[in-house]
Structure formats: C-alpha cells, structure tokens
Design a protein. Sequence first.
Length: 162
Amino acid sequence: MLNMPDATKIDKYLGEQIIVLDAVRFTSGFILHSYEVDEVKLKTLIITTTISDFKLLDSVHQLKEEMSTLAPKSLEGSCTIPIDHAFNVKGIGTVILGVIKQGTVKTYDQLKILPSGKNILVKSIQMHDDPVNESKSPTRVGLAIKGVDVDDISRGDVLLFP
C-alpha cells in the first residue's frame, strides 16, 4: 500500500495525516512535499513516529520513479479504509465513501475512526450502487454508519478494526 501525506505546508492537516499513519503503524511510504516546506522541520516533526523512515520526495516525477520500483503487498489483513467523503442521506444517516486498502468489511462490523478514536457500526454497504453484505480490498465502497456525525469526519480519516 502506498502511504503518502501530501505536504504543501506544515499545518494541522499535515499533523492529522501524520498522527493517523503513526496510529496505524505504517512504517514505509513517501512524503511528497512542496519546495516551500522546510525539509529539516518536516524531518523533526516525524522523527518520533513510525513514519520517520518514509522517503521525502519533492516532485511527482520522483514519486513516479519510486512507485515503479515497488513490489505489491498483500491485500489481506486487518481492514483499513481511508475516507474520501462523508455526507448525510435522508432516511439513511451518515454515509462515508472510501477505498478498502486492506482486508474485508462486513455489514454490522464494529470499526474505529481515526484520529478521533470513535467507534462506529457499519449498517450497510454499497458497491457501484448495489447493496452487498461484505466487500474486500481493493474496492470502492459506500458505508452507511452509526456512531459518528458527518461533522466529525474529515477527508483522510481512516476506518479500521479496533
């Protein structure tokens, strides 16, 4: 799996990405940063985290070069779903969209949303507008969830098994 915060500036959004990647214990990946970001400050920020060994890149060209050398990793393991979007649906409640990066999610699974740490329940799953009882990586899903409001969810938050 490619784990990569996009560092255009050192701010709370970058901090949240670093916290999430550290919380799920990612140890390899890339940080693509702009020329405006002080690389020394960025290294200082991540030195005590599990992402301290991430390779720092400053161009998309470098990223493409690095990605071409990667070997595929297993899609099996504990469920990990980075969140792309969250919204309310009348009669359904909170719905999130994301891609299952690893593992399997099933209806009625109990998951945790990071970085908030709140527990959620998967009420239903949709793939390509069709209801399903389970979905495996790598698949884009819509999950109707219970336990957190849409206002408490941000793009880049991650769902995983507690």
